[in-house]
Structure formats: structure tokens, C-alpha cells
Design a protein around this ligand. Structure first.
Ligand SMILES: [Zn+2]
Length: 738
């Protein structure tokens, strides 16, 4: 081997480590996947011809080592303490008072970070090189899982150092290894495909993956890490936790972007409350907030009690999962004829709310998890989303049987069908009460959101034969309503007034409420924007509909078919003559602004905005936001986990790639045209769209989860998914490649 090759190997390792750092830690790659792969392949080739050059810290050695017999116990250089927890604002305040008293000052700053529900580990770096990693164990000694940790690309094998910078001779770095939710779903899908048992939750999956004897299997799991602290840190130039986090990030460690520094305990309490709601936005599970006194000096003076530092607390929220008995599996037939199974549960408190019903998705899902009537099950709540049954607590209760979907529709008795490639069973009967009744319920609860007329009234009106269609709802009289239990003169009058007022709901909501196949909230909005009035939609061919953002050929065909169907055309005419709105108002018309003439495409998850918010802000400035990149695109805005096809296309046609973040950085040579961080301050036409949850983003077109302005959806009378579509949802993509 020549010294030239030796030099090149060292150079490649540096470069590859640097690019991994840009990609995994900074979320700001400098090279394409293809360029990275080319460098990586070059290193592999050089190492293959010169095996002596292979070192443990090489990027090529992240693929896993041969299986080991057992994990060695190792002593942590300094013990890993455990956190005392608080669960209320009062307890938090009491701790703060204690801290102030002990320090003799009320000038105490805190740092908060999401508390990752993962696996604590301790990483040791000697002179900047990763040498060993161990599980927490009992806090004093843990198990050496170094080969498995090496497979996690978010763990840096070498610190990023400035020129001539001397790293600390020994640094203990602490973090939490976790499995992103997207990775967890993917893993379970694969396990099931291989005929294996799915893992019950991401934490178990992460712990199991990290303790696998065969690290080549660990390498296949998309584990990641958040670094949140230090053990031994001699020579580290930082006076407090906040500074140390900044130092760690700059030196190649993946620290959580949601860490915050607070000057007051009130601000800490507000952050704890805020994150309890926001936690569903994250692609990993958190079960609370870790709070630390910022100053190292104050930390030292406070000390610890039985390995529990007095300078830190975990603010833990009520658990989002609980165990209870599944009494019965019911079927509800949705407005599209889909059979939605749901679980009637022994009431149980989950995250502070009593839950007695939960969704079960579909037959395949139930049987994959082997959920049976009579089982004890784990119920999970995530934010505003309908509670779901995660799985049974095994073994099954005695005498239980696997679930079977009924052969006939429970409402009309017609044989149910399961179309090829679909997860849902359906009642094919177009005259099935489900279609009309559920459409009406969807109308009063979601599409038109009529105050004073709820699901229960609609069911009664249906049963009495008074209202069997939307036009009949609008012809309903006060006298008819007063025949129903629960309506007096006043309430009936105001209900009729609400029904009348609902004629003014915008065109997009009317479209959503018409029960057109596969037209959910977002598609309805896009259709309304594109066609502007129903006449253009009534005469649209499949090709015309295909031009609408987010609509593929199949859906376009179904929509065109719906509008060419005579009874549907008659329905539209009738509703129009009753005074409902069939054209867009100013709210959906394009705005003239500084960005008029510019078109943008957004991909991935943005840091500070939902995609809808970002799109709305751009549209408010006159820009257009489209779904696919072309030569005419002004810029591709890239968030976390971007779609690779859009990125590739953008590079191919030389569209500027704009990276969102606190500062908009540009990756291409072309200058960026606007700053995302500025958008919160820009005028969005007075209406900032409501913050949607990540869960609703996942499902945005099926209307299963929280929708803007729908206070009354969710578990209600007669079933958990009163306004459901098909409950299908696409798991978030995980990053592939590096
Ligand atoms: Zn039916």
C-alpha cells in the first residue's frame, strides 16, 4: 500500500464523517445521496485492497460486527443519576422554591428538553474518538453495546473539531437511543411480512434492537439518538448545560432542537404544558419534559441525594396508554359504505380522559395484532386523535376467538365486499342507510358544522323518516323538529336558524359534504380552488380533474363519474336552488402580492410550520403552491424527510432548493427568494390556518382525525368514528440512503 492511498483513506473518512454530521445532526446536507455513495464506495474499495487500513471508527464499519456471545459489564466513569419526577405545576414550583433556598438566590435559569421515551446510554470519547458505549444499567455499571451503537449513524464516531482544536481527553456523553415512530411502523410491517410478532411499542423495539447479539440486524433498524448531557467533562469550555448543548451540537452530537432556556419557573411550567399538547407533532415518543438548572456552578452547589440530582426534575405527563378489557367489537358502516370496526371498552382513564371506545381500523389490522373480544388490551391516545387499541395483553383470555368481519352489512343485510388492494370491507349497496345517514351526520357535524343539530337528532329524524337527504334537512320545519324529544320552541327555532345559516358555508365545505368518493377535506379545497364553481366541475372530464393538485388518475375518474351521475347532478341542482353556495368566495381566490407569479413546491416536514400553514402564508403573498416540481417552479422548499423524487427532479431541472429552519439556507448557487423564518410575521390575510397535528397531516385527506374547526368529531354517540372516511393512512416515510 502506498502512503498516497493511506492519505486518501484518512481523507475519505473525514469527508464521510463530515457529511454524516451535516445530514444527521444538522439536517443540512451539502452533497446528494449519490455523491455520498460515490465517496463511500471509494473508501470501501480502498479498504478492501488494503485491509490493514480498516479501523473500527471507519464509516464502513457501521454495518455491524459478527455476533458476540454476551455483553460485558462495564463501569461508567461517573455514575448516571436518575431523575426525580414532578407531575403538577405545584410540585414544580415547590422544587423551584427549594432550589432558590439552597442557592440563596432566585436568579436561577433552567433548560428544558423533551423527555425521550427511549433507552439511556453512555458514550465515551477519548481524545475525540468514540471508544465505548454502554447501557445505563443500574447507573453505575451497564452493558457494553459498542458494536451495536456503531451502527447508529446519528452517533458520531469522531468529534467534529476545528483546526488545531484539542478535544477533551475523556468525555462522557449521555443520550437516549430511540426508534422514530415512522421506523417503528416500518419495522412492524416488516416483522409481520416475515411472519414474526410485531413489537408492542417503539421503546421496546429500540431496547430490543440495541441488545441484539447480532449487530448486523441492529444496523437494519433505523435507530437514532438525542444527546442530552454529559458525565465526565474535564476541559469542556462551557459554564452551563445550555452552553454544553451548543458545544455538543457544534462537535457533531445530535442534540434536540426543542431544548429551551428559561429565565423563570413560570416559563418552564408553560413549556411543560405546551409540549403535552404538541408531543404528537414529533416523530418519536416523549413522556414528559426534563428540566435542569442551567449553571454548572449552581448544579454543583445543589448536589444530589441518593444519585438523584437536586438540580434536575422530570415533568411527567399522565400516561397515554392504559390497559383495559375489550368487551365487544362493533361495526359501524361509514358514509362511503366502509365497515369500520370499533372496540367497546371497559372505561379506563388514559392521559387524563376516560375512554370507553377505541378504533380498530380494519379486519386485517385486528387479526395481525390478534385482538379478540374479551381480551385485555392496551389502549393508546395521541392528542385529539381517536383512541386506538394497540394490541392485546397476552395470553388471550380463555375462550376467546379470532375476529371475523360479518359477511353481511349490519345495516341493510347485503353481502359485504372487500375490493382488491383495499384494507376496508364495504357494503356495496348504494341504497344502504349508511350512505344517507352517515352523510347527513357528516354534514351536520363536519362539513357544515351546524350548531344545535347533532348526531342524535339526525338519527331520530332519519328513523322518523323526516330527513333522509340533504335537501330534506334544508326543508325541515320548526314544527317537525319540536316533535322530537329534547326540542322546545326556543331550541327548535335556533336549530332551524342554524340550519338556514349553514347555507352560507364555503363551496369547499359543500364539496366535502357531498360524499364524493375519496374527496376529503384537502381534496375538496383543491377542487374548489381549481374549478371555482360547480358548473365547471359538472362539465369537467377526467383529464381536467387530473390537473388539480394531489389528484391521481383513479381519483380523477371517480370524481368525474360522480359528477356525471344523474342523481348526483340533480342533488347539486336542488341544493343550489335551496341557496347553498356552489362557487368560491374571496377566501379561496388567489391574492395579488409580492410573490405573484412565483410557484413553490413543499416537501418534507418543516420545522416551524405545518405544510398547510407554509402554503397558506405563501399564497397570502400571492404565490402558488403546487405538488410537483417542474422547470417553472420558483423553488423547492425542503423540510425534514423530504421526498427524494422531488429533490432529484429539482436538481435535474435546476430549481433552487430552499431549506427551512431558523434561517433559510440555500444549497444551490442561486439566491434564495424569501425567508421561511419571516413567514410568521408576514400577513396571512388575517387568518392563520389552525395548527394541525402531525397525525392529522398523516391522514389529512380522509377526515379521520382532528380537522380545523370541528369541535364535535371524535368519540361520540354510537361509535368512535362518526365522521370517518376509511381510516386509511400512510405511515410517514423514513429516510433511506445514508
Ligand atoms: Zn349496507
Amino acid at each position: 500500500m502506498s502512503s498516497k492511498e493511506e492519505k486518501r483513506v484518512a481523507e475519505l473518512r473525514d469527508v464521510l464523517d463530515y457529511h454524516l454530521y451535516r445530514y444527521h445532526v444538522l439536517d443540512d446536507p451539502e452533497v446528494t445521496d449519490a455523491e455520498y455513495d460515490r465517496l463511500y464506495d471509494e473508501l470501501v474499495a480502498l479498504e478492501e485492497t488494503n485491509p490493514k487500513l480498516v479501523i473500527a471508527g471507519s464509516p464502513t464499519q457501521r454495518v455491524g460486527a459478527p455476533p458476540s456471545e454476551k455483553f460485558l459489564k462495564v463501569q461508567h466513569p461517573s455514575p448516571m443519576g436518575s431523575l426525580e419526577k414532578v407531575t403538577t405545576d405545584e410540585a414544580l414550583e415547590k422544587w423551584h422554591q427549594d432550589v432558590c433556598k439552597r442557592l440563596g438566590t432566585s436568579a436561577v435559569a433552567y433548560v428544558t428538553e423533551p423527555k425521550i421515551d427511549g433507552l439511556s446510554i453512555n458514550l465515551i470519547y477519548e481524545a475525540g474518538i468514540f471508544v465505548r458505549g454502554a447501557t445505563r444499567g443500574d447507573g453505575r455499571q451497564g452493558e457494553d453495546v459498542t458494536p451495536n451503537l456503531r451502527t447508529i449513524k446519528a452517533i458520531s464516531m469522531r468529534m467534529q473539531l476545528a483546526e488545531r482544536e484539542t478535544p477533551p481527553s475523556l468525555l462522557e456523553v449521555r443520550g437516549e437511543v430511540y426508534l422514530p415512530l415512522s421506523g417503528f411502523n416500518q419495522l412492524n410491517e416488516r416483522l409481520v411480512a416475515e411472519g414474526k410478532k410485531p413489537t408492542p411499542n417503539p421503546r421496546n423495539a429500540a431496547a430490543g434492537s440495541l441488545r441484539l447479539k447480532d449487530s448486523t440486524i441492529t444496523a437494519e433498524r433505523p435507530l437514532s439518538i438525542w444527546i442530552h448531557g454529559l458525565g465526565q467533562r474535564e476541559g469542556l469550555p462551557a459554564d452551563g448545560h445550555w452552553e454544553s448543548l451548543e458545544w455538543l451540537r457544534a462537535h457533531g452530537f445530535r442534540t434536540n432542537p426543542y431544548a429551551e432556556r428559561h429565565e423563570t419557573v413560570e416559563s418552564v411550567a408553560a413549556a411543560c404544558r405546551d409540549w403535552e399538547k404538541r408531543r404528537i407533532e414529533l416523530d418519536y415518543e416523549i413522556d414528559g419534559i426534563v428540566i435542569k438548572v442551567d449553571s454548572f456552578d449552581q448544579q454543583r452547589r445543589l448536589g444530589a441525594l441518593h444519585d438523584r440530582p437536586r438540580w434536575a426534575r422530570a415533568f411527567k405527563w399522565a400516561p397515554m396508554t392504559a390497559e383495559t378489557k375489550l368487551n365487544k367489537i362493533h361495526i359501524r358502516v361509514g358514509r362511503t359504505g366502509a365497515l369500520n370496526p370499533w372496540a367497546q371498552l371497559e372505561p379506563v382513564e388514559v392521559g387524563g380522559v376516560t375512554v370507553s371506545q377505541a378504533t380498530l381500523h380494519n379486519e386485517e389490522d385486528i387479526n395481525r395484532k390478534d385482538i379478540r373480544e374479551g381480551d385485555n388490551v392496551i389502549v393508546q391516545r395521541a392528542g385529539d386523535v381517536i383512541p386506538q387499541v394497540v394490541g392485546p395483553v397476552l395470553p388471550h383470555a380463555k375462550g376467546t376467538k379470532p375476529f371475523k368481519m360479518p359477511k353481511q352489512c349490519p345495516l341493510c343485510g347485503v353481502d359485504v365486499v372487500k375490493p382488491e388492494g383495499e384494507a376496508m370491507h364495504r357494503c356495496p349497496n348504494r341504497a344502504c342507510p349508511s350512505r344517507g345517514l352517515e352523510s347527513l351526520i357528516n354534514w351536520v357535524q363536519a362539513a357544515a358544522d351546524i350548531e344545535g343539530v347533532g348526531e342524535q337528532s339526525v338519527r331520530r329524524l332519519w328513523d322518523l323518516g323526516l330527513v333522509r337527504s340533504l335537501p330534506e334537512l334544508y326543508r325541515l320545519t320548526k314544527e317537525q323538529l319540536m316533535e322530537l324529544e329534547g326540542y322546545g320552541e326556543i331550541s327548535a327555532t335556533s336549530a332551524i336558524e342554524s340550519i338556514d345559516a349553514s347555507k352560507q358555508v364555503p363551496f369547499n365545505r359543500v364539496l366535502f359534504g357531498l360524499n364524493i368518493p375519496d374527496v376529503g377535506w384537502v381534496t375538496a379545497q383543491n377542487l374548489a380552488r381549481h374549478f371555482e364553481n360547480v358548473d365547471r366541475l359538472l362539465s369537467a372530464a377526467q383529464e381536467d380533474i387530473l390537473e388539480v393538485e394531489g389528484i391521481g388518475p383513479e381519483r380523477a375518474e371517480a370524481i368525474a363519474e360522480w359528477f356525471s351521475d344523474e342523481p348526483n347532478r340533480a342533488l347539486v341542482e336542488e341544493l343550489r336552488s335551496l341557496g347553498l353556495r356552489f362557487e368560491i368566495g374571496d377566501e379561496l381566490k388567489p391574492v395579488e402580492g409580492p410573490l405573484t407569479g412565483n410557484t413553490y413546491v413543499i416537501t418534507g416536514t418543516l420545522e416551524a410550520f405545518t405544510r398547510d400553514e407554509a402554503a397558506a402564508a405563501l399564497q397570502a403573498k400571492g404565490a402558488k403552491v403546487l405538488n410537483s416540481v417542474s422547470g417553472k417552479t420558483t423553488g423547492l422548499i425542503v423540510g425534514e424527510e423530504p421526498g427524494s423524487s422531488k429533490l432529484t427532479k429539482a436538481r435535474k431541472v435546476e430549481v433552487p432548493i430552499l431549506v427551512s429552519g431558523t434561517k433559510l439556507r440555500r444549497l444551490n448557487q442561486k439566491p434564495s427568494v424569501w425567508d421561511l423564518s419571516d413567514m410568521s410575521r408576514c400577513d396571512t390575510g388575517g387568518v392563520r390556518p389552525e395548527k394541525k397535528t402531525s397525525a392529522s397531516r398523516k391522514r389529512d385527506d380522509f377526515g379521520t382525525t382532528s380537522r380545523p374547526g370541528f369541535g364535535r368529531s371524535g368519540p361520540g354517540l354510537g361509535g368512535p368514528t362518526s365522521t370517518t372516511g376509511d381510516g386509511r393512512f400512510a405511515p410517514r416515510r423514513t429516510r433511506t440512503g445514508r
